[in-house]
Design a protein around this ligand. Sequence first.
Ligand code: NDP
Length: 478
Amino acid sequence: GTAQIGVTGLAVMGRNLARNLAHHGYAVAVHNRSPERTRKLVAEHGTEGTFVPSESLEDFVASLERPRAVIVMVKAGAPTDAVIDELVPLLEAGDIVVDAGNAHYADTRRREERLREVGLHFVGTGVSGGEEGALRGPSIMPGGSAESYAKLGPIFESIAARVDDTPCCVHVGPDGAGHFVKMVHNGIEYADMQLIAEAYDLLRAGLSASPAEIAEIFRDWNSTDLESFLIEITAEVLAHTDANTGKAFVDVVVDQAEQKGTGRWTVQSALDLGIPITGIAEATFARSLSGHADQRAVARRTFADAAGDPDWRIDDRDGFIEDVRKALFASKIVAYAQGFDHIQAGSLEYDWTIDRGAVATIWRGGCIIRARFLDRIREAYDEQPDLKSLLVAPYFAKAVTDGVPSWRRVVADAARVGVPTPAFSSSLAYFDALRTERLPAALIQGLRDNFGAHTYRRVDADGAFHTEWAGDRTESPA
Ligand code: NDP
């Protein structure tokens, strides 16, 4: 075989990834279960580079140079296992199977172990940026062995997005590390979008502004520290007018947010690892809540007059906009700090030694959460690899400190007038809990000892203690 790399699964993602590879001079073997997609790719884009099409998986594998590198880009879950099952007997020791779909990292760990046993490299790889990214340069998060990265690295780095001439691709760590980091990326994306949505909602309620006017505010914000792809497309979506009705587009869309499940995976994993990713969790639950139309309808009827201040109007327009911007930025820093804590916890749990600064670097381009401030995250971890929380790194500590009064005003206003801001509010609560000297967790320990003899530790002595709550209330070491 002569093709340097192969792609099987040629729906939107696989097809664009194959074209991207061809554009960078690689001879790309292409295959799809139903051969129509393969034929279509060659018919429509065959002149863009060197494609080596095959209709059977046998021919596809035979068309690859050794050691073979096969990118599997099919529907996540059972289809991925089915394709792996078909591929494995056709491959030889040292060959590499890349799963570039949205797999759960636990599945990736399982598949990696299984293929390792038969001498194959399995490289679970996060790919972010949607179909446009796959074609023009995604953010690529490969896991798997260092050995496999020696072959894949140069290829992936050449097709990835680039920022300041640095490719948005790095070997994240062994086995499931790449898919884990992709999962957290998506979780952060949920939080970021929820925060943006709350900011929009507050501006709309407080200023009685139209979506088009709010689009202008977001456009302005995109030249501040908030500069990011999501802020940019927020302005675009808010400015869009529905062609059928002439209304603001956002006003004709059903207000029920859907999800494909990566936010849920992130929250589930964080619960297992004991990491409070409250921003991502609130964002995930906010989407669920929005979808409970029946509950919302009865609550709306029951509590029609419950708004705290139905005539809320902001007098100091510019001051309010700046308050919301600062509250958004502080909340966003919290969400990212939590996400990076989650990555660190996963890294420790599975021995991945993930470099968080490198992760921030490869998210600067190609992916949905690409943003200017990721440079600051990389700097923070470069300066202090064992940073306890992103929040306390100098740049972020200053931004948060500077934003605290605005943050409090905005959350207090929202609570007073009744605009729901789950992510803004819980991010502020997280911040306050972290910086508070004494938490009421002490009372919880007392209660646990009272009803369940779960014991507690004292501030002035080592060891665990128990109080005889049902008896004479003497205390004894546990
Ligand atoms: P889909 O997830 O829609 O999957 C369709 C592809 O899977 C087709 O090529 C289909 O083949 C193939 N397939 C399904 N079942 C089987 C099977 N049992 N055996 C062999 N092939 C099978 O494609 P996308 O391009 O949207 O996504 C591919 C992967 O990339 C997914 O894991 C997705 O989660 C992930 N991803 C998608 C993004 C996006 O923006 N769409 C972004 C990032 C990741 P056939 O044509 O024969 O039906």
